[in-house]
Design a protein around this ligand. Sequence first.
Ligand code: ZN
Length: 545
Amino acid sequence: MEIEYTKAVIYCRVSSEKQVKEGNGLESQEHRCRQYATSLGLEVESVFKDEGISGGLFDRPAIQSLIKYLDKNWQTKYFVIFDDLKRFARDVEVHLRLRSELKCREAKLGCPNYNFDDSAEGEFVETIFAAQNELERKQNRRQVCQKMKARIERGYWCFCPPTGYEYKKDQEHGKILVPIRPITNVLAEGLTAFAENRLLEQTDFLNFLKSKNFHVLIGKNVKRLTFEYIKGILTQPLYAGLIKHTEWGVSRRKGHHKAIITEETFNKIQRKLARPERKPRETDNLEFPLRRVIDCAVCGKKMTGSVSKGKTKYYAHYTCNNKECSANPKNIGMEKLENDYVALLDNIKVEQEVLEIGKLIATRIWEQKVKDVSKNEAIRETEKKELETMIDEYIGLIPKTKSESIRSRYEAKIEGLDKQIKELEVGSENKKAPDFDEALNLTLKFLGTPAQTWKNSDKAMKSIIHNMIFTENPSYSVKTGFGTPKLSLPFHIKRLLGAKSNDLVEVVKKNWHSIVEESSRWRLILHFDYAKHKIALGSAIPIGS
Ligand SMILES: [Zn+2]
């Protein structure tokens, strides 16, 4: 039985602005469809429009609402009109799916320049058309990708610019990345400092950016400066003038845009990021505090702890598990090794005069921290003033508006701003200076008596102490005992300065600059945490020497 169609709905779609310019815009499509409907004597009930949406997707919003519309008005049978088969779908699978969705709702498809025909031959031709459209779409995409790839290969970036760069037209190069000066100045300073270990950890890099008001410079909320974001900046080769695109098989090469750091600095940063952190593991055997932190002096492999069963009792020992190792005996009694270790610590305690230097360095670092905090205080004060001005502006607007809903929206805005001010205020309160002297004395006591401190500490603390003192695992064999271990700065500073001078403190004062460079490790021994107003003993893990 032939269904009588009297009503129509129209579907239009544009995928880009270019189409609009070429006279294929939504309005012209709708116009042609309406003309077509009139010619068939159909009444157009509704028009559905998708904008900026690819014809390859089935989940197009307007298509979905069109289907919903048909379902809602199921008693009426509709003629569904679109301007061109390409508007309908550019993908065979989507075409067929969409077609069957509409067919099962008894909708008839109509198109001014294509005659739908339900015969077997008609459907075949229709499928060919859909396939042709799909091919065209894929070819377009491939062409765009190939053009972009070729440009990247020639040393031009053509995706989103990285933070601190923008695209500018250039006579020689066309569209090219150009640094935005105040932003890249801060970035270059921070990246170089991170590469040279003046900023030790990623947190320090982050805090550096914050202290330079980086978020204001790039016009983003400070909350957007996440660790992920920071990592993205640290690993961005474009900053070093380099270009690469791994997925497209474009290897690292020099780009034509201006670099803000050297390639060497960039490589240093990547090496630093690749270095694994040494952290005490929860699974570390509690019985063996020296497990995996002492190397076998014969083969260099890490010693592990083990327990063996004798006739009447168990024996605990450290052992080299390397099958090819010639050390004999391989097992070292637990007590023997740990006693030797304590003796080693006793030997390398820091002398009184070096402790004086430590005091000096720690105090300097502390003063710098306090200065940074008061700088942040000033920034906070400015932010507060800005928020208050905004509140005043909104308050000024309220009497001028007659609309109740707009007024309540202003009020909500004001409430939100007020909350932000309160948060800022909370941030600046409770910031009493911690008892610096007490914490410092505690630390210095540790440095003066590391063996004693180690013996009295639990497993986790033992591991921290070990990492604070040694920059490399000490090696040990039963025959030779411990070799000369590599020590962290506080423990070898005297050697570093040449122990000639009697007044070490004076030497330090004179060489202040080079010592600060060298002494980043002190940060690891005294862990300053202003937010929690405390100074902890060594809560950070040393970075390799
Ligand atoms: Zn060995």
